[in-house]
Design a protein around this ligand. Sequence first.
Ligand SMILES: *Cc1c(COP(=O)(O)O)cnc(C)c1O
Length: 414
Amino acid sequence: MYGKIKEHLNNELAAIREAGLFKTERIIESEQGAEIVVKGKKVLNFCANNYLGLSSHPELIKAAHEEIDRRGYGLSSVRFICGTQDIHKELEKKVSDFLGMEDTILFSSAFDANGAVFEPLLGPDDAIISDALNHASIIDGVRLCKAQRWAYKHSDMRDVEEEDPATGKTAKGLERCLKEARENGCRFIMIATDGVFSMDGDIAILKEICDLADKYDAMVMVDDSHSTGFMGKTGRGTHEFRGVMGRVDIITTTFGKALGGASGGCISGPKEIIDWMRNKARPYLFSNTVAPAVVGGTIKVIDLLTASTELRDKLETNTKLFRSKMTEAGFDIIPGEHPITPIMFGKYPDCSKLAVKFGERMLEEGIYVTPFSFPVVPKGKDRIRVQISAGHSTEHVEKAIAAFIKVGKELEMI
Ligand SMILES: *Cc1c(COP(=O)(O)O)cnc(C)c1O
């Protein structure tokens, strides 16, 4: 009977409401884009993963329409029974070529790709060594796998174990974890990392990771969801950005961010691993095919990005403009090169409330940005996370900067 848990849930919900942690959804009454309509009002959107401005791009919409007409609405099947069309194979080939990998397998989401990738490859005799700040879907994927587990302090490559002042707990560097896994006699070792960490916008130091992987005979798996399509000179991802194309063994990524933003994801890697996934990966064997419209749209994206670097170049220009002007204005910004630009509030009194107030004032100024507080980020690391897009015009970016400066002065931050 539902009765008891209803009361329990109402109490719990009241508690998170009280603590200011209840999540609400903002309703957008338009297409996703640089300009969106919220509560009947046009605002500039600076908090989507729409890095290349492709979410409502006319060519993608056209490609998706065409694929609905040619290949239908849905497949009503998992891939291996009767759910694979020519276009699914075509997309897998295009993604492999784009990422510089041998083969690719599609999933309904990157969350599923990460849920799929570990369990079929690694067992109790093996090890997964994971960056402590990895995405929730990697954490869940690792949980589903029977391999022995190590977590290393975020981007810490050292052969040390020491107290982390931030948490008061002891933390290990990657090399220490690799040593321990080898000492434990582990058969296969995999290092798993996000390519870009979404809260700080910092980029995994893949050269150092690959060097350690070589030294300890380990594989490297990178989740490049926040990079595919724009990081690196030709937008291939963090492996291109860090100069380690060909050295990363497995890449998982999403089509739900820069690559059109609809849905879908994949694992790319050596042929044997992808063949193994097609036989063993549970979200592939027991979940429905990516819809033809999404496949058609994503093929179009890869074609656009292969033909020209214009969009990722525009994104880079916009990002540089925003980061430099905001730093100049006196805001506390985590330095970097990624379009994720965190404006930090920790150094001001009552920073959580200030960040919320800031977000509200920005919306009144016609700029949509989101404040993040504990537990999404550590206590005292409250921030407004701005995400720049190639869909923003220079005027859009300048308007956002002007609004930040206006509200920053009003709230006595700068
Ligand atoms: C967004 C994201 C995902 C999830 O992608 P979906 O395709 O939406 O499931 C997985 N990993 C990372 C690092 C992400 O940023």
